[in-house]
Design a protein around this ligand. Structure first.
Ligand SMILES: [Zn+2]
Length: 85
């Protein structure tokens, strides 16, 4: 039986989530990534092979060897500006 290494609970379900890969201020958002999620604390566990695939895809896109399926533009803020307002 699997145990959550974060909280120690054993209720871990297989699910699919949105995963944001970050590297040097570059991002790749991947939808429908399989993972195991602790039902108690929400900690997510990804298989090493899954993360490798995402990393490889990120590198291909970043090196312009491949076009992403879609591009998003998103609003960006600094929290210090929010506090000043
Ligand atoms: Zn947990």
């Amino acid at each position: 039986m699997k145990t959550c290494s974060f909280c120690g609970h054993t209720e871990i379900k297989n699910t699919k989530v949105q995963y944001l890969y970050k590297h040097d201020n570059h991002f790749l958002l991947v939808n429908g990534v399989p993972c195991e999620e602790c039902e108690f604390c929400g900690e997510q566990y990804f298989a090493a092979s899954t993360l490798k695939k995402i990393e490889k895809e990120f590198i291909s896109i970043h090196n312009k060897k491949k076009q992403p399926k879609k591009k998003l533009s998103m609003p960006v803020e600094d929290f210090s500006d929010l506090e000043a307002a």
